[in-house]
Design a protein around this ligand. Structure first.
Ligand SMILES: Nc1ncnc2c1ncn2[C@@H]1O[C@H](COP(=O)(O)OP(=O)(O)OP(=O)(O)O)[C@@H](O)[C@H]1O
Length: 297
């Protein structure tokens, strides 16, 4: 078995009396993108900061490239970090900021290449304070990419970006993954995780509520079929359960193909299933499930 790039075992973190992270386990394998998701205040940033070596755990073990990130500073050379807030000096230009970032990293780096990778080559001489929110995020990313790190931490990387920049950023991340970079991503954009993640964990109140390969996590949740039909229609036998509200029918099913086939055969020729939609569970469904379970518990 390969050594994980990140290994987290029984991690606990406290702020005084308050335990923000309550015993979590996960690992991140070389070349994969692991998404750490969760509700507000779930403990993602605390976990990230601990893995980055900025915070001492109150319990458990964290290893990065097999080393303790608090003890072994040499691993920092292999890590790129895109924080939530870059905290740039507004008077510096984009190029000066990147050059400063390059001087601070212990890795040899090509400033122009990093700026070009995030689409800021044409904005090199612009002062940071004149950048839009989305452009600042791209500058944050350019700094994290300096020196081609083996492990990249992306904390809410596309916040404030327009759809085009977001899509370009996703392509960039896919390119990094194809080159073997390992990525730990936190994001509130579930679509972002759905498009990029190989594996993921969803945190809630300091614990991991759901984790696994993206495909397995989605497959473990029921698919949805919805449509409108006339009020008195009697549905055929289905594998899933149906909820009928007036003319609207909403079905949650463990067997999308079978139930869709049953419905289409049933309706064939004499009923219109208007607005028919059928789709596998999305991460949003999984996320809602985490919240609902917590409310029920
Ligand atoms: N410096 C601090 N002192 C006390 N409590 C803190 C501190 N930083 C974070 N917390 C608390 O710890 C919990 C976890 O916070 P954390 O920032 O790790 O969550 P998060 O999952 O990143 O949240 P979000 O998605 O809202 O950014 C929250 O309840 C938060 O209020």
């Amino acid at each position: 078995m390969t050594t994980p790039v990140i290994s987290v075992q029984g991690l606990r973190c406290r702020y005084g009396e308050f335990e923000a992270v309550r015993g979590i386990d996960f690992d991140v394998q070389p070349g994969e993108l692991f998404a750490l998701l969760g509700t507000n205040g779930a403990g993602k940033t605390t976990t990230l900061e601990t893995i980055e070596g900025h915070r001492e755990p109150s319990g458990g073990v964290v290893r990065v490239f097999g080393q303790d990130p608090r003890q072994d500073r040499s691993i920092r050379r292999r890590i790129g970090i895109m924080l939530q807030e870059g905290g740039f000096a507004g008077d510096l230009t984009v190029r000066e900021t990147a050059e400063l970032g390059s001087a601070l990293t212990a890795r040899t780096s090509d400033v122009d290449e990093s700026l070009a990778a995030v689409g800021l080559a044409g904005r090199r001489e612009v002062r940071v304070r004149q950048l839009s929110g989305g452009e600042r995020r791209r500058l944050d990313l350019a700094l994290a990419l300096l020196g081609e790190p083996d492990l990249l931490f992306l904390d809410e990387p596309t916040t404030g970006m327009d759809p085009e920049s977001r899509s370009a950023t996703w392509d960039l991340v896919r390119g990094l993954l194809a080159r073997g970079t390992t990525v730990l991503l936190t994001t509130h954009y579930l679509e972002e995780a759905e498009r990029l993640a190989h594996r993921l964990a969803i945190m809630h109140e300091g614990r991991i509520a759901v984790s696994g390969r993206l495909v397995d996590v989605l497959a473990a949740h029921r698919a949805r079929i919805s449509f409108d039909t006339h009020r008195d229609a009697v549905l055929p036998p289905l594998a899933g359960t149906a909820e009928v509200t007036g003319t609207h029918v909403e079905i949650r099913t463990p067997d999308l193909q079978r139930d869709l086939h049953a419905l289409l055969s049933w309706a064939d020729g004499h009923l219109e299933l208007s607005g028919l939609r059928a789709h596998h569970a999305s991460l949003e469904d999984v996320f809602k499930g985490v919240r609902e379970e917590v409310l029920v518990a």
